[in-house]
Design a protein around this ligand. Structure first.
Ligand code: NAP
Length: 329
């Protein structure tokens, strides 16, 4: 990695999250990084981590005053479509009120705010959404993220929004296996399982996203919204098959079926997808390609590269930490 002269001080809120762990592991090489956790203490070499409740505005203010970060990266949130649907208030608090707290706290220091949204700010009616299209969420998660995007764009003078498709990679919290970890465990133990075949989306390596975030920081990009998505759109079943193909695994025990998608009844009615048989949340990436000289790899190459970069293969997959049912995570 090339030497970076202008090291930034970066505060990662939610260092214990799947995204936070992967971002910090990448960014700490070139920047001074401080991280926060809430219920899951986490330690990295050369990174100070502290406990923070995002609703404790005074504590957040003290943290920002003490470290004067150049950049605050917000990795706190409830990213599960199902849990957001079940616990709407908690989702709104974490995904939106936490953002408002943070933006209003750091504004006086001129700190850059980095936020990760998702294609769920769209309804899923057609796919290939561009950055210019008006958000029209059909889920509670999408509603909370659309509100945050709107708030940030109206109130922050220095922001970056990455609207990111489904990310794959290893997480930190063994109690919350993500979809890739679910696949690793099922294939490792040869357990028959099924995946959804009715919702398509992009799939992107979390390590490649970390690289893009670092590139944006080095370029000092500001006040931009960049969609990050693969060129292909796959449902969970198709992704599982690609995962198996890359690792040369037997796919006979993976089957497909339609898994109920946690639509928000009212939002789905307004956006016209209430009775849709098929949803597509894929996005185009014009802004990203106009800023960076990038060629987005195909999904199978990204999966292959992910394991090669980590020096891992399926044989090294961790033992399952819990029995998990397939659901929209
Ligand atoms: N994962 C994806 O594919 C994806 C795609 C697009 C956008 N995003 C967005 O990226 C962000 C991170 O997603 P993720 O999947 O990495 O999340 P995650 O693994 O579920 O982690 C959630 C984080 O929120 C923290 N947290 C929860 N309650 C808190 C509180 N009251 N105060 C402070 N921190 C609290 C948790 O801390 P503890 O564990 O320490 O309690 C944890 O670090 C979310 O905003 C998500 O919507 C994710």
């Amino acid at each position: 990695m090339e030497e970076i002269k202008d090291k930034k001080t970066i505060l990662v809120l939610g260092a214990s999250s799947f995204l936070g762990v992967n971002l910090i592991s990448y960014l700490k090489t070139n920047h001074r990084v401080i991280g926060t956790y809430y219920n899951t203490p986490i330690h990295f070499k050369d990174v100070l981590t502290v406990r923070l409740d995002i609703f404790n505005k005074k504590a957040l203010d003290r943290l920002v005053f003490a470290f004067r970060p150049d950049i605050v990266i917000y990795c706190i949130g409830q990213n599960s479509l199902t849990r957001c649907g079940k616990y709407r208030n908690a989702a709104e608090a974490l995904n939106t009120s936490g953002v408002v707290n943070t933006v209003s706290t750091i504004e006086k220091y001129g700190t850059k705010f980095v936020y990760f949204s998702s294609p769920h700010i769209f309804s899923g009616d057609k796919g290939n959404y561009s950055e210019r299209e008006t958000p029209m969420p059909s889920t509670v998660l999408g509603g909370t993220q659309a509100n945050s995007e709107f708030y940030i764009q109206k109130n922050s003078l220095n922001y970056l929004i990455f609207r990111v498709c489904n990310l794959f990679g290893r997480s930190y919290n063994p109690g919350k296996p993500n979809f890739l970890e679910f696949l690793e465990n099922k294939f490792f133990y040869h357990e028959p399982f099924y995946c959804d075949n009715s919702v398509s989306t992009g799939w992107f390596s979390v390590l490649l996203l970390a690289k893009i975030v670092d590139m944006a920081i080095r370029k000092n990009l500001s006040n931009r919204l960049l969609q990050v998505c693969s060129n292909e759109a796959l449902n969970q079943y198709e992704f599982a098959k690609i995962y198996a193909k890359v690792h040369k695994l037997d796919t006979s025990f993976v089957s497909q079926r339609r898994v109920p998608f946690p639509l928000d009844e009212k939002k789905a009615m307004v956006s016209g997808v209430g009775n849709a048989d098929y949803l597509d949340f894929s996005m185009s990436v014009q802004n990203l390609l106009s800023v960076f000289n990038l060629k987005i790899p195909k999904i199978d190459s990204m999966v292959h590269n992910y394991y090669t970069m980590l020096g891992l293969n399926i044989k090294a997959a961790a033992a399952p930490t819990q029995k998990s049912e397939i659901k929209y995570i």
